[in-house]
Design a protein around this ligand. Structure first.
Ligand SMILES: [Fe+2]
Length: 223
């Protein structure tokens, strides 16, 4: 295949939009990354499905708390949207935010029990990279807003205690994901799937816009 040269207005790649948690010294944490044998669109669903943790992860260190019933609400932001629980906002997952940028990612806030130390909610920055139709690379930074000795203590505790607990949660997601039928599955969405419906709509519109742009580009070359 012939190499494709960049055009003049796009000679350099744009800067990557990184979230504050990954560039600010006020935050510290670790990256966990693994390959899942499932379609990446199911992983995107998982990023904004705020009512699955109190069911799927109800025997874990961080997600064994909170009511199992709630109403899901969704709020638009300048760069995407935030999914929250309307009633129980603080004892399980407090938000699932989708940030649409050239480094699209999810920002998730997870309740930490009192024994988990200072730093507020655990912040997960999650991305997914499609590998092929049925496999994806899942990446998640586990971040706390801690610096100095408190940040060092969190890193020590992560290495000695929290990392295996983190993998318990991730493995539960993987087991479900890998039992799902090939995408797209026949299904009935309901109120708790507001975030799932929204993120699918976003990616469908992006794909349609790219197809349109490609067609215009092809027509322009043919003219
Ligand atoms: Fe999960």
């Amino acid at each position: 295949m012939a190499a494709v040269a960049s055009d003049e207005p796009h000679a350099e790649p744009p800067p990557i939009d990184l979230p504050e948690e990954l560039i600010s010294p006020e935050w510290t944490g670790f990256l966990v990354s693994t390959t899942w044998h499932g379609n990446y669109q199911y992983v995107l669903d998982n990023f904004v499905d705020i009512m699955h943790p109190p069911y799927l992860h109800d025997d874990t260190y961080t997600l064994a708390y909170g009511d199992k019933s709630d109403v899901v609400q969704i709020d638009d932001t300048e760069t995407g949207f935030i999914v929250r629980r309307k009633e129980d906002k603080e004892s399980n997952v407090e938000r699932m935010e989708f940030v649409a940028c050239n480094n699209a990612h999810a920002r998730v806030g997870v309740y930490i029990p009192p024994g988990g130390g200072p730093g507020g909610f655990l912040r997960i920055i999650a991305t997914v990279v499609p590998i092929d139709e049925n496999s994806s690379q899942f990446n998640a930074w586990r971040m706390r807003k801690l610096d100095g000795w408190q940040g060092a203590m969190f890193r020590f505790m992560f290495n000695n205690l929290y990392e295996p607990l983190t993998w318990e949660v991730i493995e539960q997601d993987r087991e479900i994901l890998e039992t799902l039928p090939p995408w797209p599955a026949p299904e009935n969405l309901y109120q708790h799937d507001l975030g799932v419906a929204r993120i699918r709509r976003y990616y469908r519109r992006e794909a349609e816009a790219q197809v349109d742009a490609l067609e215009r580009f092809s027509e322009g070359k043919a003219a």
